[in-house]
Write a protein that binds this ligand. Structure first.
Ligand code: GLN
Length: 264
């Protein structure tokens, strides 16, 4: 009887050890594989009237553009099954990150010290700058120096809005999108628009040159970054890793070439 007990105890112990061993093996395998994100879906906020970075696809409810295709490729690279684009106002993006309503924001967003206090930015992924847009026939405004006391339209919460506020005596009106600011220029309700150079260039190329033109040299040099919540350091790290991966495997260059017609 005693012998049987000893045998049974030994058996239980052996099975236990075997199970522990299996568990240990699985653990090792997981550690070696690429870290899968805890969530299956990456929720990305943007303000989608900022071509060629983010804008509605023709005859579709979806969005496209350099930023959109970049974040979709990054989400795939990071192991997400789905990347959902959430449409919101530009000034709502950082509060939405803070509130946890979105995981990331990609919106031609300039990395500024002020914003970097509130969010984690990825490494810069695009070099941009601000420019001045005026009506085609206007011969009086040749640069930002001629905007003193003039009416300027800008997009709410942007670096263009901040720059306009510094122009002496200017009357600055804010709009939800750059497109709306440009319509004000067309309607002669304002004298100029201050906005991002690549976006104003794209706008001119796609019909805007009928009534508008760019004047002067670029006003600033700015870097776009992808923003994630301040507390989400893990995702911020993964974003950078993924950007690096796409740069190494040529996908980043391919997208850059597709949307800007030149290689990076
Ligand atoms: N780059 C500008 C900024 O970050 C404008 C961005 C935008 O309007 N989407 O303020």
């Amino acid at each position: 009887m005693k012998k049987l007990w000893v045998l049974m105890c030994a058996l239980v112990l052996a099975v236990g050890l075997l199970a522990a061993g299996c568990g240990g093996d699985t653990g090792k395998k997981d550690a070696g594989a690429a870290a899968k994100p805890a969530k299956k879906e990456l929720l990305v906020g943007t303000e989608p009237s900022f071509a060629p970075f983010e804008f509605p696809k023709e005859n579709s409810k979806e969005f496209t553009g350099f930023d959109i295709e970049l974040i979709q490729a990054m989400a795939k690279d990071m192991g997400y099954e789905k990347c959902t684009i959430v449409n919101m106002g530009f000034d709502a993006l950082i509060p939405a990150l803070d509130a946890g309503n979105i995981d990331a924001a990609i919106a031609g967003m300039t990395i500024t010290d002020e914003r970097a206090k509130k969010v984690n930015f990825s490494q810069p992924y695009y070099k941009s700058g601000l420019t001045v847009l005026v009506r085609k026939e206007d011969a009086t405004i040749k640069s930002i120096d001629d905007l003193k006391g003039k009416k300027i339209a800008v997009q709410l919460g942007t670096t263009g809005a901040m720059r306009a506020e510094k122009v002496e005596g200017a009357k600055v009106t804010t709009f939800n999108t750059n497109d709306l600011a440009c319509i004000e220029l067309k309607n002669k309700s304002v004298d100029a628009v201050i906005g991002d150079l690549p976006v104003e260039q794209y706008f001119l190329k796609n019909g805007g040159s009928a009534y508008a033109k760019i004047v002067g040299q670029p006003l600033t040099s700015e870097n776009y970054g992808i923003a994630v919540a301040k507390k989400n350091t893990e995702l911020a790290k993964n974003m950078d890793k993924s950007l690096e991966n796409l740069k190494k495997n040529g996908q980043f260059d391919k997208l850059y070439q597709k949307w800007f017609g030149v290689s990076k």
